[in-house]
Structures are given as C-alpha cells and as structure tokens.
Design a protein around this ligand. Structure first.
Ligand SMILES: [Zn+2]
Length: 181
C-alpha cells in the first residue's frame, strides 16, 4: 500500500496538527507572519517559493483559522495576511523548532535572538523571561534581534531580509522599502 497523502486514519492531535502545518513551506509562512510579513509579494520574495505553492499554503492556513485576510487597499482590492488566534497560538511551536535547530543540527547558525521587549532579557529555553518572572512571553512582547551568525553586511538579499536586519518587534508589519509605482 502506498503512503497516503494525508493522515486521515490518524486520530492523534499531532497528526491532525500536521494536516494544517505539516506541508513543506507552511511553517515558514507562519514564521514569516510572526516576523511581520503580511503581503503576498513579500512572502514570495522572502521565501523564494513558487507562486502556486504560496497561494495554496495561504489558502490552507486561512481555512484553518491560522491566518486571516485583511483588506489594505481598495480599487483594486488587495489583502494582506495576519495571524489569527490559532496562528498566534503557534508561537511556542515556531520558537521551539528554531531553538531545536540551533541546538541540534550540524552547522546550525544562530541567526535570530528573541528577547523580552519590556526588559531586554533573552527568552529562556521555554520562551519565558526569568528576569520578569513571565512564564510565557507573548509574541507581541518579543523583540527579534540579529543573531551572532547573521551576516548583516550582505547586500544581495531581498527587501524583507534587508528590513529584518534591524531589531524588529514580532507581529508589527515589516518595514519593506517599496519601489514607487
Ligand atoms: Zn522581561
């Protein structure tokens, strides 16, 4: 029997979660949403993802209540994507997976450091701030700083990557320079 496309026979919540976020690229879209990427074209250039795949992942995430579309322009109507409640609830997952990679993968590089914006202390291994005694710092209170291995001198990167070389509060729209149209 071939490997099924989904985990329909699995009742475990892990399998059901993977139905939403387990496809290639999906968690990177969610990560970018935490970083403040909102617009289709910004996801496209930052991820280097095929258009059809991005459209598919955005649709899946919207249907699952992870992202929601908000209009930012009329005539023509254009939408941006922001994290909804179920998306915000994925912060511990995204943060833990980045940390797991930093600590466990060969050649892992520390590109991002997450600190508690209110006090400047780096988050602990469970996403806590031990300085403030805050057991789970909410993403809106997290500042992302360039990590020691982030090459801040790179000039060939895309506009989103360039914008994220600066310290950036999670969820706030990333400040992408836009060519005049
Ligand atoms: Zn703190």
């Amino acid at each position: 029997m071939g490997l099924g496309k989904d985990y329909a026979s699995q009742e475990c919540s892990l399998a059901r979660t993977l139905e939403v976020v387990g496809e290639r690229w999906t968690l990177l879209v969610v990560r970018d949403a935490f970083y403040g990427v909102r617009r289709y074209n910004d996801f496209l250039v930052h991820l280097g993802i095929p258009r059809a795949v991005l459209a598919d992942r955005l649709q899946t995430l919207e249907r699952a209540g992870v992202l929601e579309r908000q209009p930012y322009q009329t005539s023509p109507q254009r939408y941006e994507y922001v994290l909804a409640g179920r998306g915000l609830a994925l912060w511990p997952v995204v943060r833990s997976m980045i940390q797991w990679g930093d600590e466990n993968l060969d050649g892992a590089r520390r590109l991002r450091v997450f600190v508690h914006a209110l006090c400047g202390s780096e988050l602990g291994p469970s996403g806590e701030c031990s300085t403030c005694g805050e057991p789970a710092v909410a993403p809106r209170d997290v500042e992302m700083l360039p990590g020691p291995d982030l090459d801040t001198a790179r000039t060939d990167s895309d506009a989103v990557s360039r914008a994220l070389l600066q310290p950036h509060r999670l969820l706030r729209p990333v400040n992408v320079e836009r060519a005049a149209t």
